[in-house]
Design a protein around this ligand. Structure first.
Ligand code: C6P
Length: 404
């Protein structure tokens, strides 16, 4: 996988004169040359609005957009491409879903379940909907070892529960949640499940039919693809029933001032001109991932994560959160007595890009009882050399901060 670094020109950038070590892939990934080239190709060869024109360019653009939908469908193994709705990203997907589910299913006194490790994007949209509907947001807690308390889930699931929405992989801890088991338990009670796959889709095999989840959300920019594009997957029977969250062009069948009827799937959920350039480019990013192979990516990234945890443990004062748990390329840590922000700033000065703070998961950070964490996260181009450079830079930072 080492060779793949050459495909990512940005990795040759220098930061403060130092070689860049990019370890902020959970925030966004870098893009390989062929993905960048695809963007230029799209604008120079077929840019034209889709589903509207009879003219040549519009037909090519439409075909490419629909082929991209098929690629996404194959990537997560849906029954049909009609179950793939293009959105602006994970946040947009979950907001749309929360609105639609709220309208269809949720009444006063009902409950929505999320987990203690959720990103704000999988909390706030549900919270807003619960407020609107007089429903209650409930939380699957963490056990001591920072994995989800599945026994608590059994008790939380009841006749008032309308939907469970959980992260596949925590963007703070990197832990892989037992989403298959959550789906099984929820389905036993007739409750639908949404999986926030923002942190898993680029790092492991994600198969919606195997997981049997009802909905899934993810972002292209975390998958070596373009920003501003995401996906909402929904089982056909759900998408047929759910009302659209947004109205406008494309999502309609007929409009009169008295009444509007909606388009077929998936267009019913795609109001306005979709990002047809982004979808084409995303298709190329998926081709790139598939060529390397998700099994290979998962294996390499998990070895790298284990290596990084082991190297970090050698640094005095370091506390790794959820150490030793199954992780998908994300590690959060703190150093005793030092603010994570100070570490992040000093690492940056040495060319090492990490993220510090609450990582848009304030409830989890509060539960950890810290002001934030330092987070490193891997992409398919990272290697042991990056980890070694990061540990060296960390040791230097700690020397500056503590004098030892
Ligand atoms: N997490 C991180 O650095 P958007 O911004 O819509 O592409 O993705 C939101 C989102 C939803 N769920 C999870 C689990 C996420 O990790 C994210 C984005 C980034 O951790 C940016 S805060």
């Amino acid at each position: 996988m080492q060779m793949k670094r050459e495909d990512f020109e940005i990795l040759n950038e220098r930061v403060y004169g130092k070689e860049l070590v990019y370890l902020d892939n959970a925030a966004t990934t870098q893009k390989p040359r062929e993905v960048l080239d695809a963007m230029t190709y799209a604008y120079t060869h077929f840019n034209s609005n889709i589903h509207r024109g009879v003219h040549h360019l519009s037909q090519i653009a439409t075909r490419n957009h629909e082929e991209a939908r098929q690629k996404v469908a194959q990537y997560i193994n849906t029954e049909s491409p009609d179950e793939i709705v293009f959105t602006k990203g994970t946040t947009d997907s979950i907001n749309m879903l929360a609105f639609s589910v709220g309208e269809l299913l949720v009444r006063e006194g009902d409950e929505v379940l999320v987990s203690a490790v959720e990103h704000h994007s999988n909390i706030v949209p549900w919270q807003m909907m619960c407020e609107r509907k007089g429903a209650r947001l409930r939380v699957i807690p963490l056990r001591e070892d920072m994995t989800l308390d599945m026994e608590a889930l059994d008790k939380l699931l009841n006749e008032k529960t309308r939907i469970v929405s959980v992260a596949h992989v925590s963007n703070v801890l990197g832990t892989v949640n037992p989403v298959g088991e959550i789906v099984r338990k929820a389905h036993e009670k007739g409750v639908a499940v949404c999986i926030d796959a923002a942190q898993s889709a680029a790092h492991m095999r994600v198969d919606v039919r195997e997981l049997d989840c009802d909905f899934m959300a993810f972002s292209a920019h975390k998958m070596y693809g373009p920003t501003g594009l995401g996906v909402l997957y929904g089982k056909r029977e759900w998408l047929e029933k759910l009302p659209p969250a947004e109205g406008g062009g494309e999502m309609i069948e007929h409009v009169s001032f008295e009444k509007t009827t909606y388009n077929t799937l998936p267009y019913k959920f795609e109001a306005g001109t979709p990002d047809f350039i982004g979808s084409y480019v995303f298709g190329k990013a998926l081709d790139y991932i598939e060529r390397i192979g998700r099994a290979e990516i998962e294996k390499e990234e998990s070895e790298l994560t284990a290596y990084a945890e082991q190297r970090l443990k050698e640094v005095p004062g370091v506390k790794i959160y959820a150490a030793g748990q199954r992780k998908a390329g994300v590690i959060s840590f703190n150093v005793e007595g030092i603010h994570p922000y100070d570490i992040g700033m000093l690492l940056d000065r040495q060319g090492v890009a990490v993220r510090t703070g609450h990582h848009c998961a304030e409830p989890l950070i509060n539960e950890l009882g810290v002001p934030g964490t330092v987070r490193i996260s891997f992409g398919l181009y990272n290697n042991k050399e990056d980890v070694d450079k990061f540990v060296e830079a960390l040791e230097k930072s700690l020397h500056i901060l503590t004098g030892v």
